[in-house]
Design a protein around this ligand. Structure first.
Ligand SMILES: C=C(OP(=O)(O)O)C(=O)O
Length: 162
C-alpha cells in the first residue's frame, strides 16, 4: 500500500490521508509517518480515545486525530482527547458519523476547539449541509458581536495555534 500512496501524493494535490492502513498494522503507520508530507489521520486507528492516542504518539504513528464525539461518548471526553492531540502538536479533524442527523453541534465543536477543519461529506444531503450552514451562521454571529473570526484556509492543520 505504501508504494501505492507515495506516487499518488507526488502526482495529485492531496492534503490528507485517513486510515490508509489497517488499525492493527502499526508498522506501516510508523514507517509511512517518518516521511509523510500530508496530514496523516487516524480514525479507526485512534477511535477518539486517549489510550490509543498515547500508543500512537509513542510509536509516532500519525500526526492527526479524527474526532468523533460519539466514539468517546461525552463532550468533555472529546475535549480532553482533542486537547491531548493538540498538545502533541497533532491536527484534529472533527467528523460526522454514518447515519448522522441534521444536529449541527460538530460545527460548534470545530470552531470552539479551533480544529481548522471539519468532515461532513460532500454537501449533497441536508444532514451534511446543516453542518456547513452552521459554520456560516457561527461566523455571522461572531462578526455581529464584534469578535474576530479567522478562516484558517491552507493553515487548517495549525489553526489551534493561531
Ligand atoms: C461517517 C464516517 O465514519 P463512521 O462510519 O464511523 O460513522 C466517516 O468517517 O466519515
Amino acid at each position: 500500500m505504501m508504494q501505492l500512496y507515495q506516487p499518488l501524493l507526488q502526482k495529485y494535490p492531496i492534503d490528507l490521508l485517513e486510515d490508509p492502513f489497517a488499525e492493527e498494522d502499526w508498522k506501516s503507520w510508523e514507517e509511512f509517518n517518518k516521511d509523510c508530507p500530508v496530514e496523516f489521520v487516524g480514525d479507526d486507528l485512534l477511535v477518539t480515545n486517549t489510550e490509543y492516542v498515547q500508543v500512537a504518539d509513542e510509536k509516532k504513528a500519525c500526526n492527526t486525530m479524527l474526532l468523533k464525539i460519539s466514539q468517546i461518548g461525552t463532550v468533555s471526553g472529546a475535549i480532553e482527547v482533542a486537547n491531548m492531540a493538540h498538545g502533541l502538536g497533532w491536527g484534529v479533524f472533527v467528523s460526522h458519523r454514518s447515519g448522522d442527523t441534521t444536529y449541527d453541534f460538530i460545527s460548534d465543536m470545530a470552531v470552539g476547539l479551533r480544529t481548522g477543519h471539519i468532515k461532513s461529506g460532500v454537501p449533497c444531503r441536508r444532514e451534511r449541509v446543516a453542518k456547513y450552514n452552521r459554520l456560516v451562521d457561527i461566523e455571522a454571529e461572531l462578526l455581529g458581536n464584534g469578535e474576530q473570526c479567522l478562516y484558517a484556509g491552507s493553515n487548517f492543520r495549525t489553526a489551534f495555534n493561531q
